[in-house]
Design a protein around this ligand. Structure first.
Ligand SMILES: *[C@@H]1O[C@H](CO)[C@@H](O)[C@H](O)[C@H]1NC(C)=O
Ligand SMILES: *[C@@H]1O[C@H](CO)[C@@H](O)[C@H](O)[C@H]1NC(C)=O
Ligand SMILES: *[C@@H]1O[C@H](CO)[C@@H](O)[C@H](O)[C@H]1NC(C)=O
Ligand SMILES: *[C@@H]1O[C@H](CO)[C@@H](O)[C@H](O)[C@H]1NC(C)=O
Ligand SMILES: [Zn+2]
Length: 381
């Protein structure tokens, strides 16, 4: 009797569990693809250390170099609707001298994890016990400006141990590209990795903007519309489940969605799950928030491929105007190419062979009214 009751309960719990798993899997953000483990809500504590080399002593002050980075926290405040508080603790007292020549770290594209960790550990040894790293989530290592061997800014998701015993899970080592090319948004791109975001440009072949154009600085740091995709903001906890319309059943539904750049409005994302390997999504891009310089606005429709890794195209934008050549931002060329004008406008319709169509019905202020049609036959046929 006891046994029977127990097994009844077990069966019941089993059913509830299965139902929960199915619902939870239908619509969900991308999994963390990069292994980054830094917090994306609340304080994110970063220790910033400055290093130089026997073959390249620093020529600038630490303050001058740090100046390039100081706008990163404000950018995150806007992007996260005030949820992420990036707290950089710059160790401005001076440069710590690395034990080796800048040319001895094999520091170039293709840098191995082993060489990268050797660089980071050398920086930590150079600091020694001079700095307390207690409570630090992420380490930034900043080289002298002009040390050309230290060319780019990779992130290592490898735990390292500081002299005071603190284990730091994620480290960004900055390179000349921050000063020469990308500016402070390099900090936001790389710190995105420490929170688990993938690279959205191709690691191999193709062009930088082929999958996401000028949307999302994880695809192009100088993007015309650099804010993170809504599906990534959801992953980071900046958008919650209630702000995502999950459309699973066949039929026609109507949705109102608001620009992702600002907190106002209620729904931020429509998601149509196809199966565990793909989903179709829609969000609104405007010139609000950090996308003030954008030339491509409207309803941005894209696909996510959760099983595709960083640098292999886990997010791919659908182009509403193929062959247009894209749009131009007033201040330069680095807009995101062909896909920079990808968003759909009122009156246009997206149709997928997967049985999903999305029609842009109306614009109300900055919000869009969108109709989603799912054709059941396509799913089971
Ligand atoms: C570094 O110093 C050089 C030479 O004094 C100067 O031209 C340059 O603007 C400085 N760089 C930064 C980032 O402050
Ligand atoms: C400097 O790097 C070289 C080559 O990677 C290595 O053999 C050497 O041991 C390093 N020297 C120091 C002082 O770390
Ligand atoms: C890159 O292009 C080369 C030459 O076309 C091809 O052999 C290779 O498979 C491509 N690699 C990837 C990852 O697509
Ligand atoms: C725009 O492109 C032209 C021609 O390729 C180039 O000369 C110019 O420097 C670019 N401007 C910017 C701001 O990138
Ligand atoms: Zn990256």
């Amino acid at each position: 009797m006891q046994f029977k009751q127990l097994s009844g309960l077990t069966v019941l719990l089993g059913v509830v569990y299965i139902v929960e798993v199915v619902l939870a899997q239908a619509c969900r953000p991308l999994p963390s693809l990069d292994g980054g483990s830094a917090p994306s809500i609340g304080p994110l504590l970063v220790s910033v250390i400055f290093v130089d080399f026997p073959d390249f002593p620093a020529q600038n002050s630490t303050e001058e170099l740090y100046n390039t980075m100081i706008d990163a926290p404000d950018l995150y405040k806007t992007m996260s609707y005030g949820k992420l508080d990036l707290q950089m603790q710059p160790q401005l007292e001076g440069f710590y001298r690395m034990p080796n020549l800048s040319s001895n770290y094999n520091y170039a594209r293709g840098l191995t994890t082993e060489d990268h960790v050797r660089y980071i550990n050398d920086a930590l040894s150079a600091v020694g016990k001079a700095v307390s790293f207690e409570g630090v989530n992420v380490l930034y290592v900043v080289p002298p400006r002009g040390a050309k061997e230290i060319s780019f800014s990779p992130t290592a998701m490898v735990p390292v141990t500081a002299a005071d015993g603190t284990v730091i899970g994620n480290t960004v080592t900055f390179g000349q590209d921050m000063w020469d090319r990308w500016g402070f948004k390099t900090v936001n791109h790389e710190t995105g990795h420490t929170m688990g975001l993938p690279d959205l440009y191709p690691y191999v072949n193709g062009t930088t903007t082929q999958w996401v154009g000028g949307f999302d600085m994880m695809g192009l740091i100088s993007a015309q519309s650099p804010d993170y995709f809504a599906v990534l903001k959801w992953q980071l906890g900046w958008i919650d489940d209630s702000q995502v319309d999950c459309v699973e059943n066949s039929g026609i539904t109507t949705h109102k969605i608001s620009p992702i750049e600002v907190e106002t409005g209620s729904k931020k994302l429509i998601m149509v799950p196809i199966d565990s390997t793909q989903a179709i999504l829609a969000e609104v891009r405007s010139t609000l928030g950090i996308d003030e310089g954008a030339c491509g606005t409207g309803v941005l429709i894209y696909q996510i491929l959760p099983e595709v890794g960083s640098g292999n195209g886990p997010i791919r934008v659908f182009d509403s105007k193929p062959g247009s050549g894209g749009c131009q931002i007033p201040t330069g060329n680095s807009t995101g190419g062909e896909l920079s004008d990808a968003p759909y406008q009122v009156g246009s319709k997206f149709t997928s062979q997967l049985g999903v169509s999305i029609t842009i019905l109306e614009q109300e202020g900055e919000d869009y009214i969108v109709e989603v049609q799912i054709c059941a036959l396509e799913f089971f046929g």
